[in-house]
Ligand binder design. Sequence first.
Ligand SMILES: Cc1cc2nc3c(=O)[nH]c(=O)nc-3n(C[C@H](O)[C@H](O)[C@H](O)COP(=O)(O)O)c2cc1C
Ligand SMILES: [Mn+2]
Length: 519
Amino acid sequence: MLQHRPGKRRAASGVRRLRAAGRARTVEAADRVCETGGLAPPLDLRDWIALLEREGELTRVAAEVDPDLEITEIADRAVKAGGPALLFEHPKGSRLPLLINQFGTERRMCLALGVEQLDEVAGKLASLLELELPRGARAKLRKALELKAAAASAEPRNVRRGACQEIVLTGDDVDLGLLPVQRCWPHDPAPFITLPAVITHDPETKARNVGMYRMQVVDRCTTFLHWQVHKDAAASWREMEGRLEVAVAIGLDPITTYAATAPLPRGLDELMLAGLLRGRPVELVAAKTVQLDVPAQAEIVLEGYVERGEVGTEGPFGDHTGFYSPAGPFPLFHITAMTMREDAIYPSIVVGKPPAEDAWLGKVTERLFLPALRSAVPEIVDFDLPVAGAFHNCVIVSIRKSFPNQARKVANAVWGLGMLSLTKAVVVVDDHVDPHDYEDVFFHACANIDPKRDVWISEGPLDQLDHSAARECFGGKMGIDATRKDASEGAREWPQEIEMSAEVKQLVEQRWHEYGIAL
Ligand SMILES: Cc1cc2nc3c(=O)[nH]c(=O)nc-3n(C[C@H](O)[C@H](O)[C@H](O)COP(=O)(O)O)c2cc1C
Ligand SMILES: [Mn+2]
């Protein structure tokens, strides 16, 4: 829905496009305040389901539905139509209900985070990152106390008992067949656990890592763990001697689930990020059969280990690129214990052709990491990872340009930063272009580039899921300099972009009601 508002300037974060019900939808940022009432973020999956239900965001499905493909087709329709979260009360073959599409709209994502706009999430961390101390002893003290309180809420806290261990199954009693694990797409060879928070420790530093890596079910007590080569747990697995203990938490509060997907630098504990965003620490209990702590409120926990060098053939899997990622060697996870709540709920997600449910998880990362990106590359004003670009295919960056060829400097910086380094195409626009407004970006990219001069090819590491390059994880990259250029960059005199004068705009705004034009 695009509303014409005479004279209204676009807000900094601009326009978002997701495809809803099969057609392009444009939502202006300023109109995108989600009326969530600023409720506190939920602290476990049940709190979250209750909140969704109170807010009219959840539909319970009583009919028996098959986790083999059928749930995918239902969930995909719900996601693409902007529909509700779904609680399947009777998945075929399991006693556990299955929750899906919990993250499928911007409003639900805002409810999960306890914000009214996604842009607010960065603020939750930015105040912590303000390194400059205020002047004056009192203000300094206040800031120090604020930081102390924030750190205390961030650090996970150990407790003695956890609901996640109401039922403890070990040895032969471990049975993944109890869970309504989905087989998502027709060429998937087996069911996949799609929303797990995989906990490991760095073998050297002992720092905790929590990452979301899908798990293909092999038998009642074995799965694969699909940590891609660039991911933190994969590094720990490569570096360890012997066994790496692993615990998997399934069914968490939505912020902790999100945190498992956040590309934090290696060595930073994603549970700290969860604590910061929740404003309350994540509670942990000691696992039963491994020396790891697990979220006390989790619905289900799988404990076990992977052996160094032991791999099998995982996949193929209908992936978030919209294609099947090919079968490949990944480690086997041997489960030594399965613990659960008495009436556990199993959450799942389906990825596939974008837009899928993971779209808003990606958008949270985009908004959360903007300040970090700007502090690393100060000329960056804003950036957008188009959902249709599966997040690593394309990045649009707007910059405050102050010297010739700066777009190339910025693209090279992007290709050197964390997971952004895997980006295939970087489009650089001037700061007056809103990177979230794809129409505006397309206009400037088409109008401002001489393809011979302003498009260049580089190469480097690529996302492991990219199927287009000749080699796995390596290939070409494209930079597009869509900024205005001057003679030193080989351009003729640059024309002025058409813009109505501020006075006339104001006049028309004031008189709009007199014209009697409904737009
Ligand atoms: C729904 C979903 C599924 C994901 N599946 C995988 C996966 O199977 N393998 C993988 O390496 N990353 C996967 N990711 C991305 C990682 O969770 C993400 O890169 C995260 O930062 C990894 O944590 P790490 O940085 O601690 O390694 C997935 C993300 C989402 C949202
Ligand atoms: Mn990590």
